[in-house]
Ligand binder design. Sequence first.
Ligand SMILES: Nc1ncnc2c1ncn2[C@@H]1O[C@H](COP(=O)(O)OP(=O)(O)OP(=O)(O)O)[C@@H](O)[C@H]1O
Ligand code: SF4
Ligand SMILES: [Mg+2]
Length: 355
Amino acid sequence: MTTTSHGAGAPPRPGSPATPGLGTAPGVRVRDLTVVYKTPLGELPALGGVSLTIEPGTITGIVGESGSGKSTLALSLLNAVQPPGRIKAGSVEIDGLGDVVELRGDELRRARGRHLGYVFQAAQNSLNPLKTVGKQLLDLGRSHGVEDRSALVREAKELLERMGLDGARVLDSHQHELSGGMRQRVGIMLALVLNAQLVILDEPTTALDMITQATILRIVREVHKERGLTTVMVTHDIGVAAELTDRLAVMYGGRVVEHGPTMEVLGTPRHPYTQGLIRAIPRLSGDIAEAQGLPGRPPTLGTLPVRGCVFRERCPLRMDICETVEPPPVTHGERTVACHAVERSHSTAEQEEYA
Ligand SMILES: Nc1ncnc2c1ncn2[C@@H]1O[C@H](COP(=O)(O)OP(=O)(O)OP(=O)(O)O)[C@@H](O)[C@H]1O
Ligand code: SF4
Ligand SMILES: [Mg+2]
């Protein structure tokens, strides 16, 4: 495997020269973000006022069942929600870039790629079928003002080789000559090659076999550390999140219901949904016989309750207040949880402490 050193004396990476990057790992502050999709029933919210702080330099995992809004949140970090969706309200402040929800046109295009690297879900289908990967790489470099084309190609080859591919051959290939797993790795290379400081990966290992998946996760971790990135990784696989991430955000029905250090969230989950999610995984609950599926189904945009807690149909701790009042996210220490029952147990504990 080729190893890369970007220390003193190493040639600058292609994203570095002349144009200033963010320089260091940026923090991200999502506030009251509401994203709606136009449906036959009108505009319905896929994100219902999400707030989430992503600390600089961390790998944050976003987990939750299908339809919980993970990809919509990931796209919002780039202001890349496409019609029939739109960001209706809220902000996404990224250190060094400001509120990306306010960015338009050229400013937005420059921010993506150069500062924000991303791999969309199903990235294996997002290459241009008519151009070689190398040509698409050069187009990407040109559109972001990269002057040193040979440094760009060198960097791309190195990244591909670290992911177990023949770099020169892949750059000479068209999409149809590559397997799904190879295309996915090309997507990851394109997300990293311009030296972005905030990297967003949406299910980057979904189509891959276990060994390739492990290799990719190792590379993501290594590159994150070497380059001092802030990384956000969407996954439906809690095992992957446990291995890779420092912080975990658990989504349900377009809300972040729990957020905190990964090991704490998985070790002592507080939100009833997180608890159910973990009980459903034999690998984490320890015993396959004891793994219990979460009862019921996740809501769709059409069935999402408009009042009260979005999880209440499936919640064993449901109370009267859950019918009418949406639980606000409340932070204790490093953990943020949005649940009336958790809040109540905290206030009881506090009352006892001061009694
Ligand atoms: N283009 C669209 N038009 C209408 N509704 C959409 C569109 N894209 C997403 N949605 C809806 O928004 C909600 C959130 O979708 P999103 O893709 O963000 O979920 P996800 O958590 O990424 O799911 P998955 O794990 O399946 O990728 C879902 O109810 C989904 O059906
Ligand atoms: S707010 Fe109520 S319904 Fe929602 S998760 Fe907490 S206890 Fe359950
Ligand atoms: Mg998704």
